[in-house]
Design a binder for this molecule. Sequence first.
Ligand SMILES: Cc1cc2nc3c(=O)[nH]c(=O)nc-3n(C[C@H](O)[C@H](O)[C@H](O)COP(=O)(O)O)c2cc1C
Length: 245
Amino acid sequence: MSETKFEAQKEHPANLRLGGIGRHVGFNNHKHRRFVIEFKDVMKQRRAVNYFDPTKDITDMQLKEIIEIASLAPSGFNLQPWQLIIIKDKANKEILIKVAWDQTKITVAPVVLIVLGDREGFKKGNAGFEKDFAESVKAGIMKQEQYDWFVNATNSLYGASSERQLAFACKNAGFFAISLMLAAKDAGQDSHPMDGFDIDGVRKAFNIPEQYWIPLLLAIGHFDKTKTLLPPKWGKSYQEIVVNF
Ligand SMILES: Cc1cc2nc3c(=O)[nH]c(=O)nc-3n(C[C@H](O)[C@H](O)[C@H](O)COP(=O)(O)O)c2cc1C
């Protein structure tokens, strides 16, 4: 582990109050002041929290803000091939937990998002694809006569094989998912990503069409401070990350 990472983790003991590092910014008028966590602290404080506080809800407005901030995530050609199913009510949580390895956080967290990656999001006729092209023309980034070029470009990149198609859906939905986790942390919430679930079971239970892959489930809520968070996990060092072949 690099020294920097080690130092960062030392600063970050397991029972550090989540959301505890930050500062107030804004005008003197109290109404306009906001508690801001620095980006590096958002990164350090985002943890997969196993225990959520069942007494703390997340409002629809808070969730909408988190989703809107996360939707600024980058995607290939800005195609944004991601969707979300929001699971908030008890009945749907009971259905979901049965196909998600009985992970208790599904029923305890106030909200669980089923993250979807659209395997067809690069194809002519797909709503996201068509909107992306129309918006690009409107913004002057592309010309109407480039439509066929655009169809061919995205098809040759992402439609070359089913593997490429899946990679397209998953990498972009993954960028969106980490943005959701960081946006949640920035908004004072915690999260937990999960791939311990039965894809076919979730698909069937929530009528998810085949065109969508389900890269992960994401629980969002407040960490239960009566529980102890696991110590920060090990992280690859710079030397371990950088390779040459
Ligand atoms: C895509 C993905 C899937 C994961 N699936 C699960 C899961 O099903 N159950 C679980 O307890 N943790 C799951 N985790 C949490 C990881 O174990 C955790 O993020 C990792 O150990 C690093 O810990 P940290 O997020 O607290 O830094 C998942 C994480 C990711 C990114």
